[in-house]
Ligand binder design. Structure first.
Ligand code: NI
Length: 139
């Protein structure tokens, strides 16, 4: 088994808040990410896939094809968008980095399998110092 990671980037806006709470209470819970007028992050996404090396090509996966899937399923939907209101796979879900990583996993799992490899992990950097990793359920 061998692993390969493709990095992509997107910029998106969000707000973390519980609607029934006051702005003050949301600020206590979510900090600056609760700003009522939204704010943005420069997200960095790492998509890790695993499988066996093809004997002829020496490759695990066609990285161009992998990048195309990530662009189509994730980047086109999130880049320069508002995660709370514009991203279909995040509708009705708290726009945290944790939920974003889980949502991205579910978007990519099937199309990556169709490429002949398995999705191994999703890593999302919301900032230089904060990142989330998701390896699917049951691990
Ligand atoms: Ni934020």
């Amino acid at each position: 088994m061998i692993y390969i990671t493709r990095r992509e980037r997107f910029n998106a806006a969000h707000r973390l808040f519980i609607p029934e709470f006051s702005d003050e209470k949301n600020l206590q819970i979510f900090g600056k990410c609760s700003n009522p007028n939204w704010h943005g992050h420069n997200y960095e996404l790492f998509v890790m896939v695993k499988g066996e090396v093809d004997k002829k090509t020496g490759f695990l996966v066609n990285l161009k094809a992998l990048s195309k899937i990530i662009k189509h399923e994730i980047i086109d939907k999130t880049d320069h968008k508002n995660i709370n209101i514009e991203v279909d796979f995040m509708k009705g879900i708290m726009a945290s980095t944790e939920n974003l990583a889980i949502g991205i996993w579910h978007q990519l799992e099937k199309p990556i399998r169709e490429l002949g490899v398995e999705l191994y992990g999703i890593k999302v950097y919301e900032s230089e110092n904060n990142f989330v990793e998701y390896f699917g359920t049951g691990r």
